[in-house]
Design a protein around this ligand. Structure first.
Ligand code: ADP
Ligand code: MG
Length: 363
């Protein structure tokens, strides 16, 4: 096991800078997820660590060892890809044993290692099968088994579950998490799927266009997004984002949203300045059909017409508008039976972003 340090890493392909600045340390034993939309540089960053891509500038350390110039095969890392890349003519057993055989390990020891991995991954009954006789989930488990027996310093995963259906992805997520609990191997996991990131990570590194948009625990990035991008990337359905303005009137500050004047919550008072253009962020679950106590410090009531509904099962999405801007509300399905509603915006859970920098205005 080892920590992994990326020191001021940059990567260009010709004229194009795809990783602009990456400075980050993965702690020993930590499970870190690199999360971001397609093309933001996740795989490139991981591949530089794995030795599959050259580093344009900067240093990468595994443990205390600078690995920039170390051969990929000598870096002591094991990578699992989206395509499992199993050897089709070999059995499950032979696939898992392959790397150990190459190392020249004794047959008896190989057998011990393969069976230990197979037991953890519940592959014991399948050891004699060929990859084509396995389901997608089972193949992915074999790929993990192959990585495990090498007892690497670090596990690298690049979108390992993307080829699986939604239900199986859920099962495999659980298994990967369980495996990390048992092995405690430092892990870097790349995905564009925020649910995978939220459920697996100790910390998430959110990437955008080759930059780090935010680093934090799943709770951090969900509850305290540092900018508008993170706010809308994390959480499903996405956070509502409304163009608004900060204004002062009669010695008090308000968030002006069309005709609505929402009192500026106390926690934002420090930033109060006149006529600041804002984006008001509110999650669909933070707008309610009922207010426990109508305390105007805590909730803002407003009336809407429902334009559309989308039943999700236990909950329902209501599509409406405020100040001419689209607004999605998620509430319990049973509660809604009319098209004209009074809603309550929970002021304790709103987010404010500077319209120009798009950074959070929360201190
Ligand atoms: P992600 O894994 O986040 O989807 P990648 O790291 O694969 O993104 O790619 C980041 C950017 O670098 C993309 O715009 C991609 O087209 C570009 N890129 C990746 N590999 C190469 C390459 N070998 N040559 C040129 N451009 C590349
Ligand atoms: Mg990728």
């Amino acid at each position: 096991m080892a920590k992994v340090e990326f020191k001021n890493i940059k990567k260009s392909f010709g004229e194009v800078d795809v990783v602009k600045h990456f400075d980050f340390t993965v702690n020993d034993g930590e499970f870190v997820v690199f999360l971001g939309p397609s093309g933001c540089g996740k795989s490139t960053t991981l591949r530089m660590l794995a030795g599959l891509e050259s580093i344009t500038s900067g240093d990468i350390y595994v443990g205390d060892k600078l690995i920039n110039k170390v051969d990929a095969k000598d870096r002591d890392l094991a990578m699992v890809f989206q395509s499992y890349a199993l050897y089709p003519h070999m059995t499950v057993y032979e696939n898992i044993a392959f790397a150990l055989k190459l190392k020249g390990m004794a047959k008896k020891d190989i057998d011990t290692e393969v069976r230990k991995a197979a037991k953890m991954l519940e592959l014991e009954p399948l050891l004699d099968r060929k990859p084509k006789e396995l389901s997608g989930g089972q193949r992915q488990r074999v790929a993990m088994g192959r990585a495990m027996v090498r007892t690497p310093k670090v596990f690298l995963f690049d979108e390992p579950l993307s080829n699986l259906d939604a239900k199986l992805r859920g099962v495999m997520r659980e298994e990967i998490k369980q495996l990390h609990r048992e092995l405690k191997t430092t892990t870097i996991y790349v995905t564009h799927d925020q649910i995978e990131a939220m459920t697996l990570a100790d910390r998430i590194v959110i990437l955008k266009d080759g930059y780090v948009a935010q680093v934090g625990t799943p709770t951090d990035v969900f509850q305290r997004p540092a900018n508008k991008f993170v706010a809308q990337f994390i959480g499903s359905p996405s956070m509502n984002m409304l163009e608004a303005k900060l204004i002062s009137q009669d010695q008090a500050f308000y968030i002006q949203l069309g005709e609505n004047l929402i009192p500026l919550p106390e926690r934002f008072k420090a930033l109060a300045s006149k006529n600041l253009a804002l984006h008001l962020g509110v999650r669909p679950t933070d707008i309610h059909l009922r207010a426990q106590h109508i305390d105007h410090e805590r909730v803002f009531p407003f009336s809407v017409k429902i334009k559309d509904k989308e039943l999700l099962g236990a909950s329902i999405l209501l599509k409406t508008e405020i100040a001419g801007q689209p607004l999605t509300v998620e509430t319990q399905a049973a509660e809604v039976n009319t098209d004209e509603l009074k809603l309550y915006l929970d002021l304790d859970s709103i987010h404010l972003f500077d319209a120009l920098s798009e950074n959070s205005l929360a201190s």
